[in-house]
Design a protein around this ligand. Structure first.
Ligand code: AMP
Ligand code: GLY
Length: 423
């Protein structure tokens, strides 16, 4: 198959590694990719956010399937441009991508589909924010109503800080003040062809920068999959996945279809398991990063077939994807200063040594070539991914490998997947 992957992060590298391992014969193109992806795909100089450029390249190169990694090309209408030309694309059009791009849109769809989520109040000025904070009470949750790559949220007990955060967006952008949802967080991905829905295996993401969930929110500092502790509460992973499919994913996909904005692509449900049931904290319209790095290596079915079936409206004929028993852990290496002001241009050493640890591979996020080595070019630099038969094994492999990497000022969490090996 001739496949074009849009994006340049560790998620895109993970997608490409999964495609490579299923079939070495695939011709894989990445736009723009990164220095690690360059070993596994042909890099294309193309603006992934330019619908016309992506559609023209895909037509000229006889691309069989376009996979959109990040949200920006979706919101820019890249999938619409491809579909207009009859090129199969895994990713929703601009209208359905509003599920991620506008939190107000997502809340409206959830209300219409009777999907459980926290209460939210949209506020346009300081007085409205203050009233909403007092109505919903502490802890306060304040977020921008637009794309913020997971960094636009403040969760705090400090009312003054909550107001100041809202004022940093106002008056240009409205803000949402939300009910605080308390409980463990789970990411669950669904493939959809606009009608049928197939769940993948759940993962847990670590959003805060530092150990013990301290520090600012980030794009995600690590993840693991599967989630053995779901069994205590739901009887097993399958029961949990069934529940979320039935009560959350299917109603949302039906609602979007009924409104004439069918969702073809990856529905990412960010969930909180509250005492009052599973509630949606957010939807994304694309694979999660770094969850993809731990979900895809466990996927047994060929990824390209699943994504092409979704892109072509043929998901209904397929059984639910199967996942290996293996455990997967990923730890993200981030630059000094991430997330506020990442230092870039520093040399990374030890990548080959880290990748040589048993069960480990490296997904590149923000790297550029530097002679035979690499330079860090952004906030999240590399995802170290380890597989094992137990979490103890996968986790110790991941930390052995990340310990071999050298990046001046580099930061990583030391508690990823710690809770699943405490015994
Ligand atoms: P979001 O930008 O909506 O993806 O939120 C990013 C992160 O902030 C989530 O993954 C949660 O960890 C936290 N968060 C957002 N909204 C809430 C909420 N209503 N209650 C508790 N935590 C939240
Ligand atoms: N890991 C969170 C996200 O991809 O949005």
């Amino acid at each position: 198959m001739r496949i074009l992957v849009l994006g340049s992060g560790a998620r895109e590298h993970a997608l490409i590694l999964a495609l490579r391992s299923e079939d070495a014969e695939h011709a894989i193109f990445a736009a723009p990719g990164n220095a690690g992806i360059a070993s596994d795909a042909h890099l294309v100089t193309l603006d992934p956010n330019d619908p016309v450029a992506v559609a023209e390249f895909s037509g000229a190169e006889n691309i069989d399937l376009v996979i959109v990694g990040p949200e920006a090309p979706l919101v820019a209408g890249v999938a619409d441009a491809l579909r207009t030309r009859g090129i199969p694309v895994f990713g929703p059009g601009r209208a359905a991508a509003q599920l991620e791009g506008s939190k107000a849109f997502a809340k409206r769809i959830m209300d219409a589909a009777a999907v459980p989520t926290g209460r939210a109040i949209r506020a346009q000025n300081t007085a409205e924010v203050a009233a909403a904070l007092d109505q919903l009470g502490a802890p306060y949750v304040v977020k921008a109503d637009g794309l913020a790559a997971g960094k636009g949220v403040l969760v705090t007990d400090d009312r003054t800080a909550a107001l100041a955060h809202a004022e940093s967006y106002l008056p240009d952008a409205p803000v949402l003040v939300e009910e605080f949802l308390d409980g463990p967080e789970v990411s669950l991905f669904f493939l959809s062809d606009g009608d049928a829905v197939l769940p993948l295996s759940p993962a847990q993401d670590y959003k805060r920068l530092r150990d013990g969930d301290a520090g600012p929110n980030t794009g995600g500092m690590g993840a693991y999959s599967p989630l053995p502790w779901l069994a205590e509460r739901f009887g097993g992973e399958a029961e949990f996945v069934d529940l979320v499919t039935r009560e959350i994913a299917e109603p949302v996909i039906r609602q979007l279809d009924a409104e004439g904005t069918p969702f073809i692509g990856l529905l990412y449900a960010g969930l909180i398991l509250t005492d009052a049931g599973v509630k949606v904290i957010e939807f994304n319209a694309r694979f999660g990063d770094p969850e993809t790095q731990v979900v895809l290596p466990r996927l047994v079915d060929p990824l390209s077939e699943l994504l092409l079936a979704a892109a072509s409206g043929n998901l209904e004929e397929r059984p639910r994807p199967a996942f290996a028993e293996a455990t997967a852990v990923t730890v993200v290496l981030a630059s000094d200063g991430y997330p506020e002001a990442p230092q870039t241009g520093r040399r990374i050493r030890g990548v080959d040594e880290a990748a040589a640890v048993e069960g480990v591979h490296i997904a590149h996020a923000a790297t550029a070539p530097d002679g035979a080595g690499f330079l860090a070019t952004g906030g999240r630099v590399l995802s170290v991914v380890a597989l094992g038969t137990t979490f103890r094994e996968a986790r110790s492999r991941a930390y052995e490998a990340i310990g071999l990497l050298e990046l001046e000022g580099g930061q990583y969490r030391t508690d990823i997947a710690a809770r699943v090996v405490e015994d």
